[in-house]
Ligand binder design. Sequence first.
Ligand code: BTN
Length: 263
Amino acid sequence: MISAKDIKNGLRTRVIGSSITYLDQTTSTNDYARKLAEEGAAEGTVVLAGTQTSGRGRFGRQWHSPLGGVWMSIVLRPPSNRPLQKIALLCGLSIAQTLRELYKIDAAVKWPNDVLVEDKKISGVLTEGNFRGQTPLSVIVGIGINANIALKTLPQELRYQATSLKTLLGRNVSLNKLVRTFLTTMDRNYELFIKDKDKGLWLEYKRICKTIGLQVRVASWRGEVYEGLAEGISSEGGLILRTKRGSELTILSGECFHLRAKT
Ligand code: BTN
């Protein structure tokens, strides 16, 4: 069982986890955290739920949130001079690092912020900003980790593309330890990001990024579709593509499909 008290016990973070709320059930932790943010919640406020009745993923998709997973949102108040879209990548990296550290599994990132193990999705990130004009008042980072979840509890169509810690390790893990370790990792990475000292993090991101070196198709928010060889990550967190015609383009945000290995 998730316990806010247990997570806080021994948590030594600067910002992330400044306050932790656990709810047995909510519609979406992102909605709950957004409401707290609008009421003035401090940066680093964390909301966790046992289950979500309207959990959502990127591109308006439903996110299945049965008991046993980590469904969590964090209120961030980043300065406007930092590239905001990198926060999602930072979060994906922090999840992958946590899974590698705790369970010695080969967790990788798929641009921009999915976490994969054995090419199957184990975790996703949904960032939602609240702006006044161009100024971000808050960014809500929603994190879903398939932890103690039997794949048979997920809809049939997701079972072949998703995985869980329970499936990979053959046992349940301590959710409190998983959350505490993640918050610690995210806190360290977020501080480096804010201070513009995150060069090493992006080297690590690229090292464990499955997307780079593959032929990919990327659908942008506006519905444009691009295909090409993923060559790298830009300084703003965009995916650098080399198209069939040889031109280079950078896509700041979108949904990425891995097509095949470099030929
Ligand atoms: C994705 O990969 O599409 C993103 C999934 C994000 C799911 C998490 S679960 C906690 C938070 N609350 C939500 O409704 N969504 C995010």
